[in-house]
Design a protein around this ligand. Sequence first.
Ligand code: GLY
Length: 430
Amino acid sequence: FRHEHPERAGIMKILLVGSGGREHALASSISASALVEELVIAPGSDAMADLGKCVPVAADDVEGLTELAVNLAADLVVIGPEVPLVLGLADSLADNNIAAFGPSRVAAQLEGSKAFAREVCQRHNIPQPAFAVVRNEDEARQKIDTMGEGCVVKADGLAAGKGVFVCDTAEDAKKAAAEMLGGRFGAASQQVLIEERMVGPEASLFALVDGADCLFMASAQDHKRAFDQDQGPNTGGMGAISPAPRLDDALRDQVMTEIVEPLARGMADEGTPYRGVIYVGLMLTTTGPKVVEFNCRFGDPEAQVILPRLKTDLVTAMLAVVEGGLGHFSMRWDERSAVTVVMAAKGYPGPYSKGSEIRGLKEAARHKDTLIFHAGTMIDKDDNVLANGGRVLAVTGLGGDGASARQTAYDAIGCIDWPDGFFRTDIAKG
Ligand code: GLY
Protein backbone atom coordinates (compact mmCIF):
# COMPACT_ATOMS: atom_id res chain seq x y z
CA PHE A 1 0.00 0.00 0.00
CA ARG A 2 1.67 3.13 -1.27
CA HIS A 3 0.89 6.47 0.24
CA GLU A 4 2.51 8.77 -2.27
CA HIS A 5 0.02 10.23 -4.72
CA PRO A 6 0.35 9.90 -8.46
CA GLU A 7 1.66 12.87 -10.45
CA ARG A 8 -1.35 14.36 -12.11
CA ALA A 9 -1.53 16.54 -15.18
CA GLY A 10 -5.17 17.67 -14.79
CA ILE A 11 -6.53 21.01 -13.71
CA MET A 12 -9.25 20.24 -11.18
CA LYS A 13 -9.18 19.98 -7.41
CA ILE A 14 -11.80 17.53 -6.28
CA LEU A 15 -13.05 16.88 -2.77
CA LEU A 16 -14.73 13.51 -2.29
CA VAL A 17 -16.91 13.05 0.81
CA GLY A 18 -17.26 9.64 2.47
CA SER A 19 -15.25 6.65 3.63
CA GLY A 20 -16.91 3.38 2.57
CA GLY A 21 -16.66 0.91 -0.29
CA ARG A 22 -18.74 3.16 -2.54
CA GLU A 23 -16.32 6.01 -1.93
CA HIS A 24 -13.33 3.75 -2.59
CA ALA A 25 -14.89 2.95 -5.99
CA LEU A 26 -15.59 6.66 -6.59
CA ALA A 27 -12.04 7.56 -5.57
CA SER A 28 -10.63 4.98 -8.02
CA SER A 29 -12.66 6.38 -10.93
CA ILE A 30 -12.01 10.01 -10.02
CA SER A 31 -8.33 9.31 -9.57
CA ALA A 32 -8.19 7.81 -13.08
CA SER A 33 -9.66 10.98 -14.63
CA ALA A 34 -7.42 13.03 -16.90
CA LEU A 35 -9.06 16.17 -15.51
CA VAL A 36 -7.91 15.75 -11.93
CA GLU A 37 -4.95 17.60 -10.50
CA GLU A 38 -5.62 16.90 -6.84
CA LEU A 39 -8.01 14.56 -5.02
CA VAL A 40 -8.80 15.15 -1.35
CA ILE A 41 -11.06 12.74 0.53
CA ALA A 42 -12.93 13.53 3.74
CA PRO A 43 -12.60 11.49 5.81
CA GLY A 44 -11.50 8.70 3.44
CA SER A 45 -9.71 5.64 4.80
CA ASP A 46 -6.25 4.10 4.93
CA ALA A 47 -6.99 2.08 1.80
CA MET A 48 -7.85 5.25 -0.13
CA ALA A 49 -4.69 7.07 0.93
CA ASP A 50 -2.84 6.10 -2.24
CA LEU A 51 -5.59 7.62 -4.39
CA GLY A 52 -5.92 10.96 -2.63
CA LYS A 53 -5.10 12.93 0.49
CA CYS A 54 -7.40 11.89 3.34
CA VAL A 55 -8.44 14.68 5.73
CA PRO A 56 -10.20 13.84 9.01
CA VAL A 57 -13.43 15.79 8.56
CA ALA A 58 -16.54 13.67 9.16
CA ALA A 59 -18.93 13.03 6.26
CA ASP A 60 -21.84 14.63 8.18
CA ASP A 61 -19.97 17.78 9.27
CA VAL A 62 -21.52 20.21 6.80
CA GLU A 63 -19.74 23.24 8.23
CA GLY A 64 -16.34 21.51 8.39
CA LEU A 65 -16.68 20.14 4.86
CA THR A 66 -17.70 23.54 3.48
CA GLU A 67 -14.71 25.15 5.17
CA LEU A 68 -12.42 22.45 3.78
CA ALA A 69 -13.80 22.91 0.25
CA VAL A 70 -13.36 26.69 0.48
CA ASN A 71 -9.80 26.39 1.80
CA LEU A 72 -8.91 23.95 -0.97
CA ALA A 73 -10.63 26.13 -3.56
CA ALA A 74 -12.22 22.89 -4.73
CA ASP A 75 -13.53 22.90 -8.29
CA LEU A 76 -15.99 20.11 -7.52
CA VAL A 77 -17.20 18.32 -4.39
CA VAL A 78 -18.46 14.77 -4.93
CA ILE A 79 -20.81 13.76 -2.12
CA GLY A 80 -20.94 9.98 -1.62
CA PRO A 81 -23.40 9.29 1.24
CA GLU A 82 -27.00 10.46 1.77
CA VAL A 83 -26.66 12.07 5.19
CA PRO A 84 -24.65 15.17 4.12
CA LEU A 85 -26.96 15.57 1.10
CA VAL A 86 -30.07 15.49 3.27
CA LEU A 87 -28.37 17.92 5.68
CA GLY A 88 -27.82 20.40 2.84
CA LEU A 89 -24.10 20.14 2.03
CA ALA A 90 -24.73 20.93 -1.66
CA ASP A 91 -26.62 24.12 -0.66
CA SER A 92 -23.90 25.19 1.75
CA LEU A 93 -21.28 24.70 -1.00
CA ALA A 94 -23.43 26.60 -3.53
CA ASP A 95 -23.61 29.52 -1.06
CA ASN A 96 -19.81 29.58 -1.37
CA ASN A 97 -19.83 29.24 -5.16
CA ILE A 98 -18.52 25.69 -5.06
CA ALA A 99 -20.02 23.11 -7.41
CA ALA A 100 -21.27 19.86 -5.94
CA PHE A 101 -22.16 16.53 -7.50
CA GLY A 102 -25.26 15.70 -5.51
CA PRO A 103 -28.73 17.21 -5.05
CA SER A 104 -29.78 20.14 -2.88
CA ARG A 105 -31.28 19.55 0.57
CA VAL A 106 -34.82 19.86 -0.76
CA ALA A 107 -34.24 17.59 -3.77
CA ALA A 108 -32.49 15.05 -1.52
CA GLN A 109 -35.82 14.70 0.31
CA LEU A 110 -36.56 12.12 -2.39
CA GLU A 111 -34.48 9.88 -0.10
CA GLY A 112 -34.72 11.83 3.17
CA SER A 113 -38.52 11.69 3.35
CA LYS A 114 -40.39 8.68 1.96
CA ALA A 115 -43.63 10.72 2.16
CA PHE A 116 -42.10 13.53 0.08
CA ALA A 117 -41.03 10.96 -2.55
CA ARG A 118 -44.45 9.29 -2.70
CA GLU A 119 -46.23 12.63 -2.97
CA VAL A 120 -43.95 13.80 -5.80
CA CYS A 121 -44.67 10.56 -7.68
CA GLN A 122 -48.39 10.95 -7.08
CA ARG A 123 -48.39 14.50 -8.48
CA HIS A 124 -46.57 13.36 -11.61
CA ASN A 125 -48.34 10.04 -12.23
CA ILE A 126 -45.23 7.96 -11.63
CA PRO A 127 -46.14 4.29 -11.04
CA GLN A 128 -45.93 3.29 -7.39
CA PRO A 129 -47.88 1.27 -4.81
CA ALA A 130 -50.93 2.65 -2.97
CA PHE A 131 -49.75 4.44 0.19
CA ALA A 132 -50.89 6.49 3.15
CA VAL A 133 -48.91 8.76 5.46
CA VAL A 134 -49.93 8.48 9.12
CA ARG A 135 -48.96 10.35 12.28
CA ASN A 136 -50.71 8.35 15.01
CA GLU A 137 -51.68 4.78 15.86
CA ASP A 138 -55.40 5.16 15.19
CA GLU A 139 -54.77 6.38 11.68
CA ALA A 140 -52.18 3.62 11.18
CA ARG A 141 -54.63 0.88 12.24
CA GLN A 142 -57.35 2.25 10.01
CA LYS A 143 -55.10 2.46 6.93
CA ILE A 144 -53.64 -0.98 7.55
CA ASP A 145 -57.19 -2.43 7.63
CA THR A 146 -58.02 -0.84 4.27
CA MET A 147 -54.75 -2.09 2.71
CA GLY A 148 -55.77 -5.77 3.06
CA GLU A 149 -53.57 -8.61 4.34
CA GLY A 150 -49.88 -7.85 4.09
CA CYS A 151 -48.46 -4.39 3.72
CA VAL A 152 -45.22 -2.49 4.10
CA VAL A 153 -44.60 -0.14 7.03
CA LYS A 154 -41.86 2.47 6.55
CA ALA A 155 -40.31 5.19 8.67
CA ASP A 156 -40.55 8.49 6.80
CA GLY A 157 -36.99 9.66 7.45
CA LEU A 158 -33.49 8.20 7.20
CA ALA A 159 -33.08 5.10 9.35
CA ALA A 160 -29.78 3.71 8.01
CA GLY A 161 -31.61 1.09 5.92
CA LYS A 162 -33.45 -0.33 8.96
CA GLY A 163 -36.74 1.55 8.68
CA VAL A 164 -38.72 -0.79 6.41
CA PHE A 165 -40.91 -3.67 7.62
CA VAL A 166 -42.54 -6.00 5.11
CA CYS A 167 -45.45 -7.50 7.07
CA ASP A 168 -47.41 -10.69 6.30
CA THR A 169 -50.39 -9.85 8.48
CA ALA A 170 -52.31 -6.75 9.51
CA GLU A 171 -51.45 -7.56 13.11
CA ASP A 172 -47.68 -7.48 12.41
CA ALA A 173 -48.10 -4.23 10.48
CA LYS A 174 -49.99 -2.60 13.37
CA LYS A 175 -47.28 -3.67 15.77
CA ALA A 176 -44.52 -2.28 13.51
CA ALA A 177 -46.40 1.02 13.04
CA ALA A 178 -46.98 1.35 16.79
CA GLU A 179 -43.28 0.79 17.53
CA MET A 180 -42.22 3.31 14.93
CA LEU A 181 -44.72 5.96 15.99
CA GLY A 182 -43.64 5.26 19.57
CA GLY A 183 -40.19 6.58 18.70
CA ARG A 184 -38.19 3.57 17.51
CA PHE A 185 -36.34 5.70 14.95
CA GLY A 186 -36.68 9.03 16.76
CA ALA A 187 -37.64 11.93 14.50
CA ALA A 188 -37.34 9.67 11.44
CA SER A 189 -40.49 7.75 12.43
CA GLN A 190 -42.71 10.56 13.68
CA GLN A 191 -44.46 10.04 10.34
CA VAL A 192 -44.93 6.52 9.02
CA LEU A 193 -45.97 5.22 5.61
CA ILE A 194 -48.36 2.33 5.15
CA GLU A 195 -47.90 0.92 1.66
CA GLU A 196 -49.46 -1.76 -0.49
CA ARG A 197 -47.14 -4.76 -0.65
CA MET A 198 -45.91 -5.27 -4.20
CA VAL A 199 -44.72 -8.57 -5.61
CA GLY A 200 -42.11 -9.27 -8.25
CA PRO A 201 -38.36 -9.25 -8.66
CA GLU A 202 -36.49 -6.14 -7.54
CA ALA A 203 -33.88 -4.24 -9.54
CA SER A 204 -32.33 -0.79 -9.45
CA LEU A 205 -31.71 1.74 -12.15
CA PHE A 206 -29.17 4.56 -11.94
CA ALA A 207 -29.47 7.72 -14.01
CA LEU A 208 -27.80 11.11 -14.09
CA VAL A 209 -30.04 14.17 -13.85
CA ASP A 210 -28.82 17.74 -14.46
CA GLY A 211 -31.90 19.66 -13.37
CA ALA A 212 -33.60 19.21 -16.73
CA ASP A 213 -32.22 16.32 -18.78
CA CYS A 214 -31.54 12.78 -17.65
CA LEU A 215 -29.27 10.05 -18.92
CA PHE A 216 -29.45 6.34 -18.15
CA MET A 217 -26.30 5.02 -16.50
CA ALA A 218 -26.71 1.39 -15.55
CA SER A 219 -28.88 -1.15 -13.81
CA ALA A 220 -27.93 -3.28 -10.83
CA GLN A 221 -29.38 -5.76 -8.41
CA ASP A 222 -28.24 -6.08 -4.84
CA HIS A 223 -28.69 -8.77 -2.22
CA LYS A 224 -29.85 -7.32 1.07
CA ARG A 225 -30.15 -10.35 3.38
CA ALA A 226 -27.10 -11.39 5.36
CA PHE A 227 -27.02 -15.08 4.47
CA ASP A 228 -27.38 -17.40 1.48
CA GLN A 229 -30.84 -18.00 -0.02
CA ASP A 230 -31.99 -14.63 1.30
CA GLN A 231 -31.94 -15.79 4.90
CA GLY A 232 -31.08 -13.71 7.94
CA PRO A 233 -31.46 -10.03 8.70
CA ASN A 234 -31.45 -7.15 6.23
CA THR A 235 -28.10 -5.47 5.69
CA GLY A 236 -26.83 -2.50 3.69
CA GLY A 237 -26.16 -4.99 0.87
CA MET A 238 -24.06 -8.17 0.73
CA GLY A 239 -23.31 -8.12 -2.98
CA ALA A 240 -24.54 -6.87 -6.34
CA ILE A 241 -24.50 -7.47 -10.08
CA SER A 242 -24.61 -4.99 -12.96
CA PRO A 243 -26.36 -5.03 -15.38
CA ALA A 244 -29.40 -6.40 -13.52
CA PRO A 245 -30.28 -9.64 -15.33
CA ARG A 246 -34.02 -8.92 -15.25
CA LEU A 247 -33.93 -5.33 -16.46
CA ASP A 248 -33.77 -5.67 -20.23
CA ASP A 249 -33.54 -2.77 -22.70
CA ALA A 250 -37.32 -2.48 -23.11
CA LEU A 251 -37.85 -2.26 -19.33
CA ARG A 252 -34.97 0.21 -19.04
CA ASP A 253 -36.63 2.47 -21.62
CA GLN A 254 -39.97 2.11 -19.83
CA VAL A 255 -38.40 3.12 -16.50
CA MET A 256 -36.71 6.12 -18.09
CA THR A 257 -39.93 7.28 -19.80
CA GLU A 258 -42.42 6.50 -17.04
CA ILE A 259 -40.33 7.25 -13.97
CA VAL A 260 -37.02 9.10 -14.37
CA GLU A 261 -38.05 11.65 -17.02
CA PRO A 262 -41.34 12.69 -15.35
CA LEU A 263 -39.51 12.84 -12.01
CA ALA A 264 -36.79 15.14 -13.38
CA ARG A 265 -39.38 17.31 -15.14
CA GLY A 266 -41.65 17.38 -12.11
CA MET A 267 -38.88 18.37 -9.70
CA ALA A 268 -37.77 21.15 -12.06
CA ASP A 269 -41.35 22.41 -12.58
CA GLU A 270 -41.87 22.54 -8.82
CA GLY A 271 -38.77 24.72 -8.41
CA THR A 272 -36.68 21.99 -6.78
CA PRO A 273 -34.56 20.71 -9.67
CA TYR A 274 -32.68 17.47 -9.03
CA ARG A 275 -28.97 17.35 -9.89
CA GLY A 276 -26.85 14.28 -9.36
CA VAL A 277 -27.30 10.55 -9.66
CA ILE A 278 -30.74 9.16 -8.90
CA TYR A 279 -31.02 5.59 -7.70
CA VAL A 280 -34.44 4.16 -8.51
CA GLY A 281 -35.32 1.03 -6.51
CA LEU A 282 -37.88 -0.86 -8.58
CA MET A 283 -40.34 -3.67 -8.23
CA LEU A 284 -40.92 -5.36 -11.59
CA THR A 285 -44.62 -6.18 -11.14
CA THR A 286 -46.95 -7.88 -13.62
CA THR A 287 -48.41 -4.43 -14.33
CA GLY A 288 -45.02 -2.85 -15.03
CA PRO A 289 -42.11 -1.41 -13.06
CA LYS A 290 -43.06 0.57 -9.93
CA VAL A 291 -41.02 2.69 -7.54
CA VAL A 292 -39.99 1.00 -4.30
CA GLU A 293 -37.84 3.94 -3.24
CA PHE A 294 -35.43 6.59 -4.47
CA ASN A 295 -31.94 7.20 -3.20
CA CYS A 296 -30.14 10.44 -3.95
CA ARG A 297 -26.65 8.92 -4.41
CA PHE A 298 -24.89 5.85 -5.72
CA GLY A 299 -25.73 2.61 -3.94
CA ASP A 300 -23.25 0.76 -1.80
CA PRO A 301 -22.29 -1.88 -3.03
CA GLU A 302 -23.93 -1.02 -6.39
CA ALA A 303 -21.25 1.62 -7.12
CA GLN A 304 -18.66 -1.16 -6.87
CA VAL A 305 -20.25 -2.90 -9.90
CA ILE A 306 -21.37 0.15 -11.89
CA LEU A 307 -18.29 2.37 -11.80
CA PRO A 308 -15.84 -0.35 -12.95
CA ARG A 309 -18.02 -0.74 -16.08
CA LEU A 310 -17.90 2.96 -16.97
CA LYS A 311 -15.42 3.66 -19.76
CA THR A 312 -16.15 7.38 -20.02
CA ASP A 313 -14.18 9.65 -17.66
CA LEU A 314 -16.45 9.87 -14.57
CA VAL A 315 -15.45 13.46 -13.85
CA THR A 316 -16.58 14.61 -17.32
CA ALA A 317 -19.96 12.99 -16.61
CA MET A 318 -20.17 14.76 -13.24
CA LEU A 319 -19.32 18.08 -14.91
CA ALA A 320 -22.08 17.52 -17.47
CA VAL A 321 -24.49 17.16 -14.51
CA VAL A 322 -23.17 20.23 -12.69
CA GLU A 323 -23.11 22.40 -15.82
CA GLY A 324 -26.45 21.25 -17.22
CA GLY A 325 -24.95 19.62 -20.28
CA LEU A 326 -26.44 16.11 -20.14
CA GLY A 327 -28.56 16.77 -23.23
CA HIS A 328 -25.34 16.70 -25.27
CA PHE A 329 -23.52 14.01 -23.36
CA SER A 330 -23.26 10.27 -23.74
CA MET A 331 -21.38 7.58 -21.84
CA ARG A 332 -19.54 4.50 -22.99
CA TRP A 333 -19.83 1.31 -20.98
CA ASP A 334 -17.97 -1.94 -20.77
CA GLU A 335 -20.46 -4.48 -22.15
CA ARG A 336 -19.27 -7.04 -19.63
CA SER A 337 -21.01 -7.81 -16.34
CA ALA A 338 -19.62 -7.01 -12.92
CA VAL A 339 -20.35 -8.87 -9.71
CA THR A 340 -19.27 -7.74 -6.27
CA VAL A 341 -19.27 -9.88 -3.14
CA VAL A 342 -19.16 -8.16 0.23
CA MET A 343 -17.02 -9.62 3.00
CA ALA A 344 -18.41 -8.61 6.39
CA ALA A 345 -17.31 -9.08 9.98
CA LYS A 346 -18.94 -12.08 11.70
CA GLY A 347 -21.94 -10.73 13.62
CA TYR A 348 -22.81 -7.99 11.12
CA PRO A 349 -25.43 -6.44 10.90
CA GLY A 350 -25.53 -7.02 14.67
CA PRO A 351 -22.55 -6.45 16.98
CA TYR A 352 -19.14 -7.48 15.63
CA SER A 353 -15.55 -7.05 16.68
CA LYS A 354 -12.84 -5.03 14.96
CA GLY A 355 -9.11 -5.45 14.59
CA SER A 356 -8.73 -8.96 13.11
CA GLU A 357 -6.13 -9.30 10.37
CA ILE A 358 -7.05 -9.92 6.73
CA ARG A 359 -4.41 -11.71 4.66
CA GLY A 360 -4.06 -12.52 0.99
CA LEU A 361 -5.36 -9.22 -0.42
CA LYS A 362 -2.35 -8.64 -2.64
CA GLU A 363 -2.66 -12.14 -4.14
CA ALA A 364 -6.40 -11.62 -4.68
CA ALA A 365 -5.84 -8.24 -6.37
CA ARG A 366 -3.40 -9.83 -8.82
CA HIS A 367 -6.25 -11.85 -10.35
CA LYS A 368 -7.27 -10.64 -13.79
CA ASP A 369 -10.39 -8.42 -13.96
CA THR A 370 -10.59 -8.16 -10.19
CA LEU A 371 -10.95 -5.03 -8.07
CA ILE A 372 -10.93 -4.93 -4.30
CA PHE A 373 -12.73 -2.06 -2.62
CA HIS A 374 -12.29 -1.43 1.09
CA ALA A 375 -15.44 -0.54 3.01
CA GLY A 376 -14.13 -0.79 6.57
CA THR A 377 -10.44 -1.54 7.04
CA MET A 378 -7.43 0.09 8.60
CA ILE A 379 -3.79 -0.45 7.75
CA ASP A 380 -1.29 -0.65 10.61
CA LYS A 381 2.30 0.60 10.59
CA ASP A 382 3.56 -2.78 9.33
CA ASP A 383 1.15 -2.62 6.36
CA ASN A 384 -1.17 -5.27 7.82
CA VAL A 385 -4.82 -4.82 6.85
CA LEU A 386 -7.21 -5.01 9.80
CA ALA A 387 -11.01 -5.19 9.85
CA ASN A 388 -12.49 -1.91 11.04
CA GLY A 389 -16.22 -2.07 10.28
CA GLY A 390 -19.29 -4.24 9.61
CA ARG A 391 -19.02 -4.42 5.86
CA VAL A 392 -15.29 -4.65 5.34
CA LEU A 393 -14.47 -5.43 1.69
CA ALA A 394 -16.26 -5.60 -1.65
CA VAL A 395 -14.54 -7.90 -4.12
CA THR A 396 -15.56 -7.14 -7.70
CA GLY A 397 -15.04 -9.38 -10.72
CA LEU A 398 -15.71 -8.58 -14.38
CA GLY A 399 -16.66 -11.18 -16.95
CA GLY A 400 -18.35 -11.74 -20.31
CA ASP A 401 -21.59 -12.61 -18.53
CA GLY A 402 -22.93 -12.72 -14.99
CA ALA A 403 -21.69 -16.26 -14.40
CA SER A 404 -18.11 -15.51 -15.39
CA ALA A 405 -18.05 -12.22 -13.46
CA ARG A 406 -19.29 -14.13 -10.46
CA GLN A 407 -16.59 -16.76 -10.91
CA THR A 408 -13.91 -14.04 -11.08
CA ALA A 409 -15.13 -12.45 -7.84
CA TYR A 410 -15.29 -15.76 -5.97
CA ASP A 411 -11.88 -16.88 -7.30
CA ALA A 412 -10.36 -13.72 -5.81
CA ILE A 413 -12.21 -14.24 -2.52
CA GLY A 414 -10.70 -17.71 -2.42
CA CYS A 415 -7.28 -16.05 -1.87
CA ILE A 416 -8.45 -13.91 1.04
CA ASP A 417 -7.69 -15.35 4.43
CA TRP A 418 -9.90 -13.77 7.07
CA PRO A 419 -11.29 -16.23 9.63
CA ASP A 420 -13.32 -13.50 11.38
CA GLY A 421 -15.23 -12.59 8.22
CA PHE A 422 -18.11 -14.09 6.23
CA PHE A 423 -19.67 -13.64 2.82
CA ARG A 424 -22.60 -14.99 0.86
CA THR A 425 -21.79 -17.78 -1.58
CA ASP A 426 -24.80 -17.16 -3.84
CA ILE A 427 -24.39 -13.56 -5.04
CA ALA A 428 -25.67 -13.27 -8.63
CA LYS A 429 -26.42 -16.98 -8.77
CA GLY A 430 -29.25 -17.94 -11.08
N1 GLY B 1 -27.37 -1.09 -1.41
C1 GLY B 1 -28.43 -0.28 -1.01
C2 GLY B 1 -28.11 1.13 -0.75
O1 GLY B 1 -27.05 1.64 -1.07
O2 GLY B 1 -28.96 1.82 -0.22
